[in-house]
Design a protein around this ligand. Sequence first.
Ligand SMILES: C[S@@+](CC[C@H](N)C(=O)[O-])C[C@H]1O[C@@H](n2cnc3c(N)ncnc32)[C@H](O)[C@@H]1O
Length: 272
Amino acid sequence: MEHNESGGTGCPAGQTYLLDNAGKEASARFAALAAIFDPGTIRHLEERGLTSGWHCLEVGGGGGSIAAWLAARVGSTGRVLVTDIDPRFLESLQVTNLEVRRHNIVNDALPEAAFDLVHSRLVLLHLPERERALARMVAALKPGGWLVDEEFDSSIDLVSSANPGEVYSKTYVAMARTMDSRGVDRRFGRRLFGRLRAHGFVDVAAEGRTFMWHSGSPGVSLLRSNYEQLRSAMIDAGYITEREFNEDLAGLDDPGFMMPSPILWTVWGRRP
Ligand SMILES: C[S@@+](CC[C@H](N)C(=O)[O-])C[C@H]1O[C@@H](n2cnc3c(N)ncnc32)[C@H](O)[C@@H]1O
């Protein structure tokens, strides 16, 4: 099921991205993603040897924090192309060595064998046509270039609590069901290692990061923005009632709230 173009859900190819950047929740989402994950992402990119003069591609750049960091790191002799299907948050990045492009990684062409590094985070898992998108990212790399892709595995979440007060709320479960019904692969992070091997990559390795999300943390801010944006979809599908949604949203502010995050898998390898 995991490698066909519909994600095995019957979801039609080209189905719109669920957490559309036009939503009023998007800026809070990007601030939270940057606060939680940028330090680890930057460490991984530095460990790949990223330095002045590299040509880099950032796919689905979202709020732009990693694209801006890449542009500073590669300096005036390097170049960064950052793409997004909706680049509204990238347009304010006014840096001479950074190009912002409205681009759909599933359907739109990219230069081939052009980049020393291709990075993406939390994009492919959302796309029913993720295999086509991954193949395009692979083809964009120079021989020897690094692919670094970071995706969630949120499938192991729904196990029993290890702490009193640790909850997977009804809204969290409803969000997972909504994503499943729209062709999101919530295990893609764990599959990535195998996918890079299948593409013939060398020096393939992977690391997972997970956090305890608690009230007042950026993790809870990420949950809130996702819950609010998917509110109607979850209620209209009958996965949750309005009352349950409101209770769970209020529960995020409970000082006792805690929930282990999904695992963010960072997987890297070089194109032979
Ligand atoms: C969950 S956000 C992650 C943003 C950023 N990579 C990060 O980790 O902070 C997913 C991003 O992918 C973009 N996106 C969704 N579908 C896309 C597609 N087919 N091609 C390019 N970008 C896409 C969205 O617009 C959004 O900015």
